[in-house]
Design a protein around this ligand. Structure first.
Ligand code: GDP
Ligand code: MG
Length: 389
């Protein structure tokens, strides 16, 4: 399971990450990674975007965790939007001395938008708090905030402790004991993500051929799920919505009964003509996805140093949307009710939520990621947050 520490700068995310590896290393479930090692996160490029993030791994009694910690606020934003490191759940760290701060809220919102369903709260730095009412207040505020962002604020586990004490091996009642409690809460509260094979089938179409004597063969990659010869399927996108039957599956010139997520396959379709199929459409389990003409998305716009635009843009900007194999012109506009929408600028480096209107319908659902390109270069990356039409 993939998790991460999120929250406002200086609230103790990196210290907590180091403390978890320390406490679990004593139980034999991790290699201790010290603060300095985590904080000098290596630089990676994901979809042209520069991200710094550290990955540590650890094991509890019943789970293996991959854990991500980022040095800067911008790294979290980029990372969460590009999905450079997946987060199936997370630990939101909030300092008891400050309470929730702007980045606490921004990370909660992003976590919600990228489809994280559950979080655990760690109220940190309780070693410097003398007034217990202060802790109660932060606890209450965090539960309210979680509820505001559509998490289960009432039942979310909130652990109060000191990451620094745990790391330094001091005050076990607020140090090591609380790390053990936190880890237990992660094990019990955070849900394992559904495996790709359990999700409804999607094949993104790359190409289409006519094979004499056999019919139309569609070539593409199974993105998720499983398909079997004889399955009813639906073809969606670019104005098309067709029902048909998968009469054959081919891989490496062999006929197979079944294909699954990750496979590059050829699909033989009953009664479909080559002209009805084009790259960018999908073959899906019937009814499992809609083809959409308008959606909302969280976007990160690349800086000039990341190979992106040099100049800002306004709404009605029309880049190309690349989603799976689809390549479609889209218009960007501000959500309804945005003040001064025609004068608002989007600068390279910005993180914004906008309405996307592709010129053709495209099959998608919340949580799907895409890039925006213009003149052959990537100018942005995004994640679908809401289907509008
Ligand atoms: P991040 O920006 O969220 O990763 O925060 P850091 O982990 O870098 O911590 C920021 C500062 O808070 C550092 O100086 C830490 O030593 C300090 N800090 C972290 N945890 C605690 C704690 O439990 N108690 C106290 N007093 N300080 C802490
Ligand atoms: Mg940090």
């Amino acid at each position: 399971m993939n998790i991460g520490t999120i929250g406002h700068v200086d609230h103790g995310k990196t210290t907590l990450t180091a403390a978890i590896t320390k406490v679990l290393s004593e139980r034999g479930g991790a290699k201790f990674t010290d603060y300095a090692e985590i904080d000098k996160a290596p630089e990676e490029k994901a979809r042209g975007i520069t991200i710094n993030s550290s990955h540590v791994e650890y094991e509890t009694d019943n789970r293996h965790y991959g854990h991500i910690d980022c040095p800067g606020h911008a790294d979290y934003i980029k990372n969460m939007i590009t999905g450079a490191a997946q987060m199936d759940g997370g630990i939101i760290v909030v300092s008891a001395t400050d309470g929730q701060m702007p980045q606490t809220r921004e990370h909660l919102l992003l976590a919600r938008q990228i489809g994280v369903k559950k979080l655990v709260v760690f109220i940190n730095k309780v070693d410097v708090i003398t007034d217990p009412e202060m802790l109660e207040l932060v606890d209450m505020e965090m539960r309210d905030l979680l509820t505001t962002y559509n998490f289960d604020g009432e039942n979310t586990p909130v652990i109060m402790g000191s990451a620094l004490s745990a790391l330094e091996g001091k005050n076990p009642e607020i140090g090591v004991d609380k790390i053990n409690e936190l880890v237990k809460a992660c094990d019990e509260w955070l849900d394992l993500p559904p495996r790709d094979l359990e999700k409804p089938f999607i094949l993104s179409i790359e190409d289409v051929f006519t094979v004499p004597g056999r019919g139309t063969v569609v070539v593409g990659r199974a993105e998720r799920g499983v398909c079997r010869k004889g399955d009813e399927v639906e073809i969606l996108g670019y104005g098309t919505k067709l029902k048909t039957t998968l009469t054959g599956i081919e891989m490496f010139h062999k006929e197979l009964e079944r294909a699954e997520a990750g496979d590059n396959m050829g699909a033989l379709l009953r009664g479909i003509k080559k002209e009805q199929i084009r790259r960018g459409q999908v073959i899906i389990a019937p009814g499992s996805m809609k083809s959409v003409k308008k959606f909302q998305a969280q976007l990160y716009i690349l800086t000039k140093d990341e190979g992106g635009r040099y100049t800002p843009f306004m709404q009605h900007y029309r880049p190309q949307l690349f989603l799976r194999t689809a390549d479609i012109t889209i218009g960007l506009s501000w959500p309804e009710g945005t003040a001064d929408a025609d004068d608002k600028m989007v600068m390279p480096g910005d993180n914004v939520e906008m309405v996307c209107s592709p010129v053709h319908d495209v099959a998608l659902e919340p949580g799907m990621r895409f890039t925006l390109r213009e003149g052959g270069k990537t100018v942005g990356t995004g994640i679908v947050t809401k289907v509008l039409e």
